[in-house]
Design a binder for this molecule. Sequence first.
Ligand code: HEC
Length: 149
Amino acid sequence: MRRVLLSTLVAALPAVAMAADAERVVEARKGFFSLVALEFGPLAAMAKGEMPYDADAAKAHAADLVALTKYDPSDLYAPGTSADDVKGTGAKAAIWQDMDTYQKKGMAFFEAVAALEPVAGNGQKELGAAVNKVGATCKSCHDDFRAKN
Ligand code: HEC
């Protein structure tokens, strides 16, 4: 009896550890997109004229976005961390079912950010056009792969 209890306990341990890891991955993934949104927000506001255009600030936000695209995000997509597996995430299981498409959408985002950086300091008009292209890549990915969490 004692033996059975012990082995059940031991068998349950890795599951608990994995659940904790999954939550950590979700927190990190949301943190990553929070950083993306923090840097993109002022650029979008400047593009729309909701915030005065400031070339230096625009360049700095664009450079931070580029820095974020250099981060290898594979750890953020550990298996078992979709909205079907854990609470508190908006990452649809579709990401893991169609990682190719997800990565393509990620690449489109990277490319749009790379195109934004050199023109961010060139005035509101040029910034605006590049910001719209980046914004379209956010939306395109969210439409297919992000659920409300
Ligand atoms: C390749 C796909 C993809 C692209 C591109 C993308 N996102 Fe997301 N985004 C996601 C996914 C998936 C989530 C859900 C993450 C989670 O809840 O685990 C998310 C979550 C978010 C969140 C919520 C974070 C939180 O704290 O819950 C914000 C804000 C966000 N994205 C903003 C943006 C902005 C702004 C852009 C473009 C500048 C962008 N995203 C581009 C896939 C993408």
